[in-house]
Ligand binder design. Structure first.
Ligand code: ZN
Length: 152
């Protein structure tokens, strides 16, 4: 979320309650928003497990969690890992072979969404334009009618 969408004058009440300056409250709120991961439950799930940070069409968001491990994982629309909450534990699992030293990435958004929707959600919620290989490939295909070569 861009800071200008969280005007300081709207934070004065929170700031007074916490005895903090509105600017500090805004900084904390933006950090929480960008570092918290959504908790999703699969439809039909009895609540014993859920996925964090990425939703799909078959899941429903039930909350969010703040985890130093989760916040260390960067986003890719073509992730090599997934983060799930299982019985209260954050479980990070690989989706494909990962080389030593390779960055672990998870998908913060619904990976089944079209590139424009993924970009919109990432820009609004996390304040960045995704430039992962999948986005580059799909944006090039939309722009020029052909896909860039696969790979990084
Ligand atoms: Zn992307």
């Amino acid at each position: 979320m861009p800071p200008e969408l969280l005007p300081l004058e709207k934070l004065t009440g929170f700031a007074q309650l916490a005895d903090l300056q509105p600017q500090i409250v805004r900084t904390l709120m933006l950090r929480l928003r960008t570092n918290a991961g959504a908790i999703h439950l699969s439809n039909g799930n009895n609540g014993s497990s859920g996925t964090s940070s990425a939703s799909t069409s078959s899941t429903v968001q039930v909350g969010c969690a703040l985890s130093s491990t989760l916040s260390a994982l960067n986003h890719s629309c073509e992730p090599n890992a997934t983060a799930t909450v299982q019985r209260g534990w954050l479980v990070v699992a690989s989706l494909k072979p990962i080389q030593p030293g390779e960055e672990l990435t998870i998908c913060y958004v619904d990976a089944t969404s079209p590139v424009a929707k993924r970009q919109e959600v990432l820009r609004e919620h996390y304040n960045f334009d995704c430039a992962c290989s999948r986005c580059v490939r799909e944006l090039q295909k939309e722009t020029f009618g052909k896909a860039a070569p696969e790979g990084n």
